[in-house]
Design a protein around this ligand. Structure first.
Ligand code: ADP
Ligand code: MG
Length: 141
């Protein structure tokens, strides 16, 4: 996968980077969004979702594994698998509603479901780099 690294200094810049990569996605794509707590994963997804035409507020899923938002011409899924230890004991359909044709899925904490998620279109890795600075790696296939 070609890799590109960017640094941002504000949440807005991280949203803009999300918007930029969103332009390269198409339906059925899965984007893994990795990085520690507070590194800006949800901020990044918010920017991407906006660019895909989502007007509802994009917030962290708390009571479910994910949210689905209506975008311009497709559905934007935003999953957060933080509390999911593994999918072995879960309903196999749990993820199905969020993936596939007509959808673009962004998945925070994808580690417990890499197999079920299939081959990702991109992997985004965010990390703290002092203060409000974030290092953001974009791996694309
Ligand atoms: P995560 O989903 O990784 O836990 P969030 O996007 O929910 O992270 O939160 C990131 C927090 O860091 C927000 O409070 C945001 O305002 C703040 N922040 C500060 N600087 C940045 C930056 N450069 N990029 C993204 N978020 C930033
Ligand atoms: Mg988050």
């Amino acid at each position: 996968m070609p890799t590109r690294v960017a640094w941002t200094e504000t949440p807005h810049q991280t949203e803009s980077l999300g918007a930029e990569i969103a332009a390269r996605l198409s339906e059925g794509d899965v984007v893994l969004v990795c990085g520690e707590l507070g590194s800006g994963k949800t901020t990044f997804v918010r920017g991407a979702a906006r660019a895909l035409g989502v007007s509802d507020p994009v917030t962290s899923p708390t009571f479910s594994i994910g949210h689905r938002y209506k975008g311009d011409s497709l559905t934007v899924s935003h999953l957060d698998l933080y509390r999911l230890a593994g999918l072995a004991d879960e309903d196999p359909e749990l993820l199905a509603d969020h993936l596939g044709p007509g959808r673009i899925a962004f998945v925070e904490w994808p580690e417990s479901a890499v197999q079920e998620l299939g081959r990702p279109r991109m992997r985004i890795t965010l990390s703290h780099d002092g203060g409000d600075r974030r290092r953001i790696e974009v791996q694309e296939r």
